[in-house]
Design a protein around this ligand. Structure first.
Ligand code: UDP
Length: 370
């Protein structure tokens, strides 16, 4: 590397420990990025809730953990809800650590979708950066994001253009996409497997629509993911003939990719403006075409007719018809797209470029930050 390595502090989500699955896609995003940045020679400190497991293949990675109560997640709050931080909350404990470790670092990168770290940014001695992990779900978050954009928008980056378009920004946003360690995903060429669906089992993920398609086709749908809302899971099950859903539980990546790779297609049916859609790209990494609503991140990640089919949001008939023609998609093209656009190597390069840009003074040199 011609430029000197950076000292970076990465701060995990305060919803569940890393490895619990409760943090959703952020957990895998962070793990991939740790690997990608470590491979580029950066010195990395990870700040995460107690019980977190850091990847063992990041030489020199330092892990600092904080205890305390989980932060409630914004996606299940009312849009007008006020900011809440529970007593003995893990979020402020994580930021006590991050701010103090950040004083000796070049930058602190936040992965949580929370008001506190965004608000702190103009007031902190350390240079704080935020990879915003969701679209707009709350007025308080929209407001703090647009305030930070007015102060210095370079401190924020987004996964997709569609996600960023939810917010009031002052200039074209930095988009870093996402990245996956592709040595962990095997291309499978079987064209005749079942249909699959993966994600948190929660209303914003729209499992009921994929279940309806499987029922219309008289097929079984394989479902992977953490049941976040048991009542919702039961209502989805009750709406389709018995046996339509085959619940496979929450699987670690090595199992998930093995089972997912056997599918002839993944159905992706978000009801919200999905920021990215990790499972879409993980499926494609295994050669699995994706049939999805043209909404949020998946609409930007899937090339219609090349790596899957995009259909108008909430159109069950179009989703069913598209699911019948997944044999027209070349599974190798799916894998190729991921190799070219979403490896953890390219993701780490994009994140590094964003951080260096944000640290630079007007003349392009690194601004003093210690
Ligand atoms: N996931 C997993 N095991 C499972 C099902 C899902 O590890 O059995 C992970 C998957 O790898 C992905 C995350 O759960 O990283 C879901 O992320 P996505 O971006 O699709 O949605 P989010 O939960 O962030 O809204």
């Amino acid at each position: 590397m011609s430029t000197p390595p950076l000292d970076l502090v990465l701060v995990s989500t305060p919803i569940g420990h890393l490895g619990s699955g409760r943090g959703g896609g952020v957990e895998l995003t962070l793990t991939s990025l740790l690997r990608g940045l470590a491979a580029r020679g950066h010195r990395i400190t990870l700040v995460a809730p107690e019980g977190s497991v850091a990847p063992d293949d990041c030489p020199g990675l330092l892990l600092h953990t904080a205890g305390g109560n989980d932060q409630p997640s914004w996606q299940h709050a009312q849009r007008a809800a006020s900011v809440q931080i529970p007593c003995d909350g893990v979020l402020p404990h994580l930021w006590d650590l991050a701010l103090s470790l950040g004083e000796d670092a070049d930058a602190v990168i936040n992965f949580s979708y929370d008001w506190l770290p965004l608000w702190l940014t103009p007031h902190a001695k350390s240079s704080l950066f935020h990879l915003v992990s969701m679209g707009s779900v709350s007025r308080a978050m929209d407001e703090v994001i647009s305030q930070l954009a007015r102060w210095d928008q370079r401190r924020m980056s987004f996964h997709t253009q569609r996600q960023a378009s939810d917010f009031s920004l002052t200039s074209p946003p930095s988009i870093v996409g996402n990245g996956f360690d592709l040595t962990r995903y095997q291309l499978q060429l079987n064209l005749h497997g079942p249909l699959g669906w993966a994600g948190r089992i929660a209303p914003e993920k729209g499992l009921e629509d994929a279940a309806a398609v499987a029922a219309a086709l008289g097929e079984t749908l394989l479902v992977w993911g953490l049941v976040e809302d048991a009542g919702y899971a039961q209502s989805v099950e009750a709406a389709v003939p018995p046996g339509t859903l085959d619940w496979r539980g929450f699987q670690p990546t090595h199992r998930l990719q093995q089972e997912l790779g056997c599918c002839r297609a993944l159905l992706n049916t978000p009801k919200w403006n999905e920021a990215y859609g990790n499972v879409v790209v993980e499926a494609m990494a295994c050669g699995v075409p994706v049939v999805a609503y043209d909404r949020g991140g998946p609409g930007e990640l899937i090339q219609d007719g090349v790596t899957g089919w995009l259909v108008p949001p909430d159109d069950l008939e179009a989703l069913t018809m598209a699911s019948r023609k997944v044999d027209q998609i070349d599974r190798q093209a799916c894998r190729r797209w991921v190799e070219q656009n979403a490896s953890h190597t390219v993701f780490a390069q994009r994140v590094e470029a964003w951080i260096r840009q944000g640290l630079s003074a007007g003349n392009g040199t690194l601004a003093p930050c210690r």
